[in-house]
Design a protein around this ligand. Structure first.
Ligand code: DP6
Length: 355
């Protein structure tokens, strides 16, 4: 087989209705439905993949560092698992190894869901390198095996991911529910307060919270209601309704995290200050202008619309400790690229500027 390099660029998918909690040992089969926005190319992950018998081992290089699968790095172990699945599917011989080179245009440890864009970019690039022509649904299932939220990042626009049905093991995948240009005024103002790696990886949290939190018992049902309410608000382009769902969802998920044993908390004092400032901005106007949402980290995503973005940015002027602000819109989904991060001698291409 002639080795060909596949390269894809994908962007994070940030949840408005949050996935937290999975069916054990099932490669991220979710206990509740979630709904997220695939971001535009302001934040992106570029990944190149090649398979060759000239490589002596599988290798995964992210942002210039070799990543080793292990207990503390479930996502890399999952990626290798998916890589082996794809090798098998393509029928290449067992002595063939894979090289993955990936680069993020944003801090990958800041809780900005680099694993969603990374998982999606990997499956698309590998699919291309092996010439498999898998469907989006198949790619979404594979991406989910790496990181749950990655199953949403293989699509553009606003993407839903339904909970695992109680009766079965049927595969679980994302689906685009609104095209990227349905609501062009929507914005995610990403505020970087901290760039440290999270203390509790989300993969651990997805197991600990359902097992130990008593508040979690009502969480999956609440998320289902939020899912329906968010869909309706987006259908009507009603930001007052959507913003309320977004904030309550984030608060609900973080409440179950804190109620876990050991307790899991990702927010810091600055995060709480931004919640407070958003509440004041919204309350004073009778509208939702800044809808805060936090993933497994302290950095807020402030959802807003074009109409209110200046007010949100002004609000942030009054907060100390803001390191970076990135304003992002809804994205059209991953793209393939011919500019590879691997050269013809299977060496990573060093990029001086981010992709
Ligand atoms: C809180 O296991 O998919 O972001 O992006 O590495 O945290 P990470 O991956 P994943 O968990 C996502 C949890 C979440 C909510 C969400 O994206 O739905």
């Amino acid at each position: 087989m002639r080795e060909s390099i596949g390269t894809a660029i994908a962007t994070p998918n940030i949840a408005m209705v949050k996935y937290w909690g999975r069916v054990k040992n099932e490669y991220n089969m979710p206990l509740n439905s979630s709904l997220g926005i695939t971001l535009d190319f302001s934040l992106k992950t570029k990944t190149s993949v090649v398979f060759s018998h000239k490589l002596d081992r599988d290798r995964v290089i992210i942002d210039g560092k070799d990543r080793i699968a292990g207990q503390n790095n479930e996502k890399i172990a999952n990626l290798i698992f998916v890589m082996n699945k794809l090798k098998k599917e393509s029928g290449i011989d067992r002595g063939t190894h894979g090289l993955v080179v990936s680069q993020n245009s944003f801090p990958s440890d800041a809780g900005l869901s680099a694993s969603s864009s990374g998982g999606a970019a990997f499956v698309l690039a590998a699919n291309d390198a092996l010439n498999l022509a898998l469907s989006r649904k198949q790619l979404s299932i594979l991406a989910r095996h790496i990181s749950g939220s990655a199953c949403r990042s293989v699509y553009g626009g606003i993407v839903g991911w339904k909970r695992t049905p109680a009766d079965g093991t049927e595969e679980s995948y994302g689906e685009e529910v609104f095209a990227w240009d349905w609501w062009p005024e929507l914005r995610d103002i990403v505020v970087i307060l901290e760039e440290k790696k999270k203390k509790v990886p989300s993969s651990m949290g997805h197991d600990i919270t359902p097992k130990t939190s008593s508040l979690y018992k009502c969480r999956p049902e609440y998320a289902e209601q939020s899912f329906e309410a968010a869909l309706e608000a987006i259908r009507r382009r009603d930001f007052d309704r959507l913003g309320m769902v977004i904030m309550r969802e984030s608060n609900s998920m973080h409440a179950t995290m804190l109620d876990s044993m050991p307790p899991i908390f990702y927010l810091n004092d600055r995060s709480l200050e931004i919640i407070q400032a958003s509440e004041e901005l919204n309350e004073g106007s009778g509208h939702i202008k800044s809808a805060y949402s936090f993933d497994a980290g302290p950095n807020p995503h402030l959802f807003t619309t074009q109409r209110y973005r200046n007010e949100v940015l002004r609000m942030l002027d009054g907060i100390d400790g803001v390191r970076m602000i990135i304003e992002v819109g809804v994205g059209s989904g991953p793209q393939m690229s011919e500019e590879h991060l691997i050269d013809d001698n299977f060496r990573p291409v060093l990029q001086h500027s981010k992709p």
